[in-house]
Design a binder for this molecule. Sequence first.
Ligand code: FES
Length: 212
Amino acid sequence: MVGLTTDELSKLNVGDDIPVLVGPLGNPTHIKNHGTVVCVGGGIGVAPLHPIAEALKAAGNKVITIIGARNKDLIIMEEEMKKIADEFIVCTDDGSYGRKSLVTVPLKEICERENKPDMVIAIGPPIMMKFCAETTRPYEVYTEVSLNTIMVDGTGMCGGCRVNVGGEVKFVCVDGPEFDGHKVDFDNMMARLNSYKEIESDKHSCYLDGLS
Ligand code: FES
């Protein structure tokens, strides 16, 4: 079976075939009225965050959205996120657009408000999710993260997506992808992701190559 490289995937046209597609994997997001939810998206993490934020809004939550990227060119889906947000903040690391700050700065400010949020959902690079969880920890605001580990078989058997959550071994493909960010061992997860870096850059490939 031949997988597609990310480059090949990005060049497909409407109507082209994808040789294999696995998913959706894991558990659906638990949507209900929590009260006030802060949705934090970093980089391309904004894409999976959008339907969650939209569903939370439809369930009656007040949705505060913070999106961030390294620079203006890497901000995605701003209009879509703005449309569903009761409050919207955009940040860039270099200050080329919106606030010059990491997403954790406005997140901390929101946690310090008289009415702190009831929940935070963070989706983005692992380092961003780690620091979002560290930002909310002192305020005891439940923080859900959606983990983006390498996946191979998607059935809980290969162990590629293994993470430690609250001292227990979990598989993102069957137990996740969403977990309590205060319990995730992000350092272990990032070390495991780094161990695949060389193979990934060699192949310039996406996870579909695991099925080749
Ligand atoms: S992808 Fe293989 S165990 Fe999750």
